[in-house]
Design a protein around this ligand. Structure first.
Ligand SMILES: [Zn+2]
Length: 53
């Protein structure tokens, strides 16, 4: 069962700094640009606004 809200993980290559979505990693965790295999998870930018008055 897949619910509509699928959170996409974003990985960043620690070598070249490219960001890749987890959905684009078809062959496992590997940078598609430099083929480096060490990627770190990064959170997609979430804009949270707290109304402070
Ligand atoms: Zn890379």
């Amino acid at each position: 069962m897949s619910d509509g809200e699928e959170q996409a993980l974003i990985y960043q290559c620690v070598r070249c700094g490219a960001t890749v979505k987890s959905s684009e990693l078809e062959l496992g965790i590997r940078c598609p640009y430099c083929r480096y295999r060490v990627l770190k998870k990064v959170r997609p930018p979430v804009i949270k606004r707290v109304l402070a008055r």
